[in-house]
Design a protein around this ligand. Structure first.
Ligand SMILES: [Zn+2]
Length: 210
């Protein structure tokens, strides 16, 4: 059994997800974007979990901010796309400088992923998909019928494409790719902000993207 728990980051209320399974105490953290890591640490302590990987869906500061603190505390490997990896190390490109006029920078990631790369972790396949649109660096992660999409899909909201490398045509193409995954299945979508939602052949018609 796999569990995906949502922790709301702060001060920007983006979503961080902690993924774990029954059989080990290791976990994967997706988008640890809080300024301080206390929420995450509390959850890890409560569940007795140790992070093995951090996966970043894209470089924006509100999805990556706790990463340096977590690296100090745990032997954890950071995974992201090539372009994301080039931008997390730059406080202008990760947008943190514009948020608080101070900014922060990460180290280079440990692992770069591209479309259809698979990480097998605790007998679960994590398939990475390049899903540009919100940024050209954005990735989604498919694990069983769960899809973590970063800021590509936010329920009830249009995808933000006004930030650097955002592109509406890319959004449409990335959503097409995701709808192909849906086929006749129901996929549970874990977005970068807001509520988790289900996507199937019926509900995908209602999804707003332009
Ligand atoms: Zn973003």
């Amino acid at each position: 059994m796999m569990y995906i728990n949502r922790i709301t980051n702060s001060p920007v209320s983006s979503n961080c997800f902690v993924i774990h399974t029954d059989n080990t105490n290791s976990c994967i953290i997706v988008d640890p974007g809080s300024e301080f890591d206390s929420n995450i640490i509390e959850y890890l302590n409560e569940k007795k979990l140790v992070p093995e990987y951090i996966i970043l869906t894209h470089e924006h500061f509100d999805h990556i901010w706790s990463t340096p603190l977590l690296i100090q505390k745990f032997k954890v490997k950071v995974i992201c796309s090539n372009k994301c990896g080039e931008r997390i190390i730059d406080k202008k490109k990760n947008m943190s400088l514009f948020y608080n006029q101070i900014g922060f920078e990460l180290e280079k990631p440990d692992l770069i992923v591209k479309s259809l790369d698979v990480l097998i972790w605790n007998s679960v396949d994590f398939t990475f998909l390049e899903t540009p649109g919100h940024t050209d660096s954005s990735i989604s992660i498919l694990a069983e019928n769960n899809l973590l999409v970063g800021d590509l899909m936010i329920y009830g909201h249009k995808t933000v494409t006004k930030l650097p490398s955002g592109n509406k045509i890319d959004v449409i193409n990335s959503l097409k790719l995701i709808y192909e995954l849906v086929k006749d299945n129901t996929i549970v979508v874990y977005p970068g902000h807001g509520d988790i939602f289900e996507l199937n052949n019926t509900s995908k018609e209602n999804f707003i993207y332009e």
